[in-house]
Design a protein around this ligand. Structure first.
Ligand code: NAD
Length: 292
């Protein structure tokens, strides 16, 4: 088993670091938050008092931070300190440009790095059932794989540096737009006097079927258990969906892609947050669309 540095022990990173420790890795954990550090200690990690102390002698360095600027800052801090034989794995969801820049910075110092954002929320991070989409050279992917397998159920190589982030943003662009379309379908069905359960029974077997419909139905009491059944608590916050849609739209601007539906989805999630609902699950946008 290896010595692993884990930086960023929040909602996602806390569970991920715990799973690495459960698999027998010697996890040296760091977070700016004392509470997050204490939780990691309880989960079998060794709490350190700086990112520098965490990476000392580490064979793998995993980061799970809020946004690109945090990742760039931590990489600035640790790049001159990490072992040249270490593999750097950034699991945060960040912009493609920063993902490519930090990987290039690492390579310039002779250190291998991959971007490896995740699909699956806090429950999947805790259960060790995340899906990882990995960008970086094939050899770096193979070195990262065993650590990712200790935290997830699927590990996929997306291609060169930055393509893990690209896959994540494109996936969540589709998810955000599909959720809104699913909500609109239910709102119109209700207005036309269709019972939501009957509409679900039809649409889930017809061409409107999607993950947003059949695995995460936005209407309470319809379909399998979902955050809608818990008053839209838990799950994937609207604020995080807005973050991902903003990253997707920034990537579209950089790449010269026009995404009218994505732009609308971003604006609707922005309005959802401005209405004070950013902490609710993203499927709760159905209440805004109903005008309720
Ligand atoms: P979070 O805010 O709960 O955790 C981030 C942690 O990073 C915090 O504990 C914070 O103290 C720490 N941190 C910030 N700057 C730091 C620094 N310089 N050094 C050390 N620690 C620092 O966020 P989260 O929900 O765990 O999300 C982490 C990443 O995963 C984000 O990029 C998010 O978009 C992505 N993500 C989240 C979910 C989800 O459902 N929460 C799902 C998929 C992907």
């Amino acid at each position: 088993m290896a010595r692993v540095a884990f930086i960023g022990l929040g909602n996602m990173g806390g569970g991920m670091a715990a799973n690495l420790a459960k698999h027998g890795h010697d996890v040296r954990a760091f977070d700016l938050s004392a509470e997050a550090l204490a939780r990691a200690k309880d989960a079998g990690c060794l709490a350190t008092d700086s990112a520098a102390a965490a990476v000392d002698g580490a064979e793998a360095v995993i980061t799970m931070l809020p946004a690109g600027r945090h990742v760039a800052q931590v990489y600035d801090e640790i790049l001159s300190l990490v072992d040249a034989a270490a593999i750097l794995i950034d699991c945060s969801t960040i912009d493609v440009a920063t993902a490519r820049a930090v990987a290039e910075q690492a390579r310039a110092r002779g250190v291998a790095a991959v971007d490896s954002p995740v699909s699956g929320g806090i429950a999947a991070a805790t259960a060790g059932t995340l899906t990882f989409m990995v960008g970086g050279p094939a050899e770096s992917f193979e070195r990262a794989r065993p650590y990712l397998e200790a935290m997830g159920k699927a590990v996929v190589h997306a291609g060169a540096s930055g393509t893990g982030q690209a896959a994540k943003l494109c996936n969540n662009l589709i998810l955000g737009a599909t959720m809104i379309a699913t909500c609109e379908g239910f709102v119109l069905a209700e207005r036309l006097g269709l019972d939501p359960q009957v509409f679900y029974d039809i649409a889930s077997k017809a061409t409107a079927q999607s993950w947003s419909m059949t695995s995460y139905c936005p209407v309470p009491g319809v379909g399998p258990q979902s955050p809608a059944d818990n008053d839209y608590r838990g799950g994937f916050a609207g604020a995080l969906m807005l973050k991902d849609l903003e990253l997707a739209m920034a990537a579209a601007a950089d790449g010269g892609a026009t995404l009218p539906l994505g732009e609308n989805a971003r604006d609707l999630y922005r309005a959802f947050g401005e209405g004070g609902h950013g902490g609710e699950d993203f499927s709760g946008i159905i209440r805004m669309l109903r005008g309720a």
